[in-house]
Ligand binder design. Structure first.
Ligand code: ATP
Ligand code: MG
Length: 229
């Protein structure tokens, strides 16, 4: 467990390959200060999702070290790391269960009031109310969500988890303009006050970032803010 996570993160000469003989991340270093917004951009296959997989300790680095508040990930449990992050990943996932269960899945949970408040803020409350059983509607083959609705529910779920850091792998699925605006606003709220790693496809996200890391073939080829690049 990490007490009172500040959210400083460093990558120190990190190398990693899913196979020993093919490195995907190569000598990657970066220094992220508490509360900063980091946008990670680059072509498909550059290693962006792999980098956040390492930060989540889904895989162990082959060389180098990643630290959170100065603690090497190797000394932290996966649970401690996962508790420290809200996550919105590239493939949005839903359980077979009710919308409520999909929104609040941690043991600590959030209150009913907070759940409604967040859903309202994110802009999904109206849609949930149109379902036959509202928050108790079971998501299954008969009731499934559109890509945009899924993204919004996933953002609401992350907001309800309320961890001090954020990993956001922006989805690329096309949604209508109204939903796009809702998603953008919800993501902005989610990033507020959190050290945020955003694998960014939207120009607006990139423009607002404190630091943009341009990745190619597992390395940073350029970095700076939007004005500098
Ligand atoms: P995209 O923009 O398409 O999401 P990305 O920058 O996130 O791309 P990664 O998913 O990190 O790219 O993939 C980097 C490389 O690692 C690719 O060559 C990919 O084939 C490989 N790779 C990704 N996941 C795995 C895995 N689980 N096992 C083996 N190789 C993988
Ligand atoms: Mg990816």
């Amino acid at each position: 467990h990490i007490d009172n996570v500040k959210g400083d993160v460093t990558f120190e000469h990190v190398s990693f390959g899913y196979d020993e003989d093919k490195m995907i991340i190569k000598d990657f270093s970066a220094n992220v200060k508490s509360g900063q917004k980091i946008a990670i951009v680059g072509p498909t296959g550059a290693g962006k999702s792999t980098l956040v997989n390492l930060l989540m300790k889904f895989y162990e680095v082959n060389e180098g070290e990643i630290t959170i508040d100065g603690y090497p990930l190797s000394t932290l449990s996966r649970k401690a790391i996962h508790d420290a992050f809200c996550m919105v990943l590239q493939d949005t996932w839903m359980f077979e269960g009710t919308i409520r269960e999909n929104l609040i899945y941690s043991e600590e949970g959030a209150t009913e009031e907070r759940m409604r408040e967040v859903c309202k803020a994110v802009g999904v409350e109206h849609f949930i109310k149109t379902l036959s059983k509202g928050y108790d509607t079971v998501l299954d083959d008969n009731t499934s969500l559109s890509a945009g609705q899924k993204q919004l529910v996933t953002i609401a779920r992350a907001m309800l988890k309320d961890s001090p850091m954020l990993i956001l792998d922006e989805a690329t699925s096309s949604v209508d303009t109204r939903t796009e605006i809702l998603i953008q606003q919800a993501m902005d709220k989610l990033m507020e006050g959190r050290t945020s790693f955003v694998i960014a496809h939207r120009l607006s996200t990139i423009k607002d970032a404190d630091l943009i890391l341009v990745m190619k073939d597992g390395q940073i080829i350029e970095q700076g803010n939007h004005d500098e690049l």
